[in-house]
Design a protein around this ligand. Structure first.
Ligand SMILES: [Zn+2]
Ligand SMILES: [Zn+2]
Length: 309
């Protein structure tokens, strides 16, 4: 016969296990993880499937245009696990009005900003000014090389012009992301490859500007961020140490389950069937001390968004 204490333990285990079994182990990565770059999925359950599958505690939903109802539904389904950023076509005359309203509705940043305009053009400049006024960060996709024919480029001119933007908008918090941002950790990059491989040549503008400008942060999401951290382990360890307070983990992963199901990026065949979140977390964990790892995957995002960790 079992005694009362054993009986209660059995009841508790039975009640709790079915819930836990659907989720990843609570501390799979040795630190809770915040995913800064998570595109809102149409079904609330689809959002949670990726977080739970990849061992991610919280995520920042990236949305475009009117998404408030969907954001609220996801937040209600998993209280405390989702913040959000909003984006809107910067070439439209009502962009400032729409994004101001989104912030009033609870958006904590602009992003991702991914439009076929120049990084220092008038469309984005007014967004940089508005982000400073509203005291929210702005997350920008920089890309100069097509992944597929005629895909086009986004926020162009990063390596040439963005230092002047950083100087002109000292009160704006910029979060850099995507191919051109990450390829330019290397000083020998000239827009020749989508995801450059091999050793990093020290002195790239992204590395330099992260050191020189307090208003620039780096979003490590997507294959661009993952690739940049995987290509030169010696560089990566130093880079993560140097910029430990300015880097933010993000996934930008489109796999279904947080384990790579359905992931297919034509520009990066080696990533087929893999989860970008898992790939990046693995390389960052391997390359950083536990304290630095925790800042990058958790602490820095909470500081940025002024939310309790
Ligand atoms: Zn992007
Ligand atoms: Zn994934």
């Amino acid at each position: 016969m079992i005694n009362r204490r054993e009986f209660l333990q059995t009841v508790a285990a039975t009640a709790v296990l079915p819930t836990l079994a659907r989720q990843a182990p609570a501390n799979e990565w040795g630190s809770p993880v915040f995913d800064l770059h998570f595109h809102l999925r149409p079904q609330p359950a689809g959002n949670l499937a990726h977080l739970d599958g990849a061992g991610v505690a919280k995520a920042n939903l990236l949305t475009r245009g009117g998404a408030l109802d969907q954001v609220k539904a996801v937040q209600a389904a998993a209280p405390g696990r989702f913040t959000w950023f909003n984006s809107y076509d910067v070439t439209k005359p009502d962009a400032e009005q729409v994004l101001t309203q989104a912030v009033k509705n609870g958006a904590q940043g602009f992003g991702e900003m991914k439009f076929h305009v120049a990084a220092d053009g008038p469309e984005l400049r007014r967004m940089y000014a508005l982000a400073a006024d509203l005291r929210v960060p702005i997350l920008i996709h920089f890309q100069e090389v097509d992944h597929t024919p005629n895909e086009g480029t986004w926020s162009t001119g990063f390596a040439k012009v963005f230092e002047s933007v950083l100087k002109a908008y000292p009160k704006t918090t910029f979060i850099g992301h995507a191919d051109a941002f990450w390829a330019n950790i290397s000083a020998d990059y000239h827009n020749e490859a989508v995801y450059p491989a091999g050793p990093v040549k020290r002195g790239g503008v992204t590395d330099k500007w992260l050191a020189d400008y307090a208003n620039l942060l780096g979003d490590m999401s997507a294959v661009s961020g993952s690739n940049a951290m995987a290509r030169d382990p010696e560089f990566t360890a130093d880079f993560l140490k140097r910029h430990q307070d300015k880097l933010l983990f993000g996934s930008d992963c489109s796999c279904r389950d947080g384990h790579g199901a359905g992931y297919d990026n034509p520009a990066a065949p080696r990533m087929a069937g893999k989860c970008v979140a898992r790939e990046t977390l693995t390389v960052v964990k391997r390359s950083a001390s536990p304290v630095i790892f925790q800042k990058i995957v958790w602490g820095n995002a909470h500081k940025l968004l002024r939310i309790p960790a």
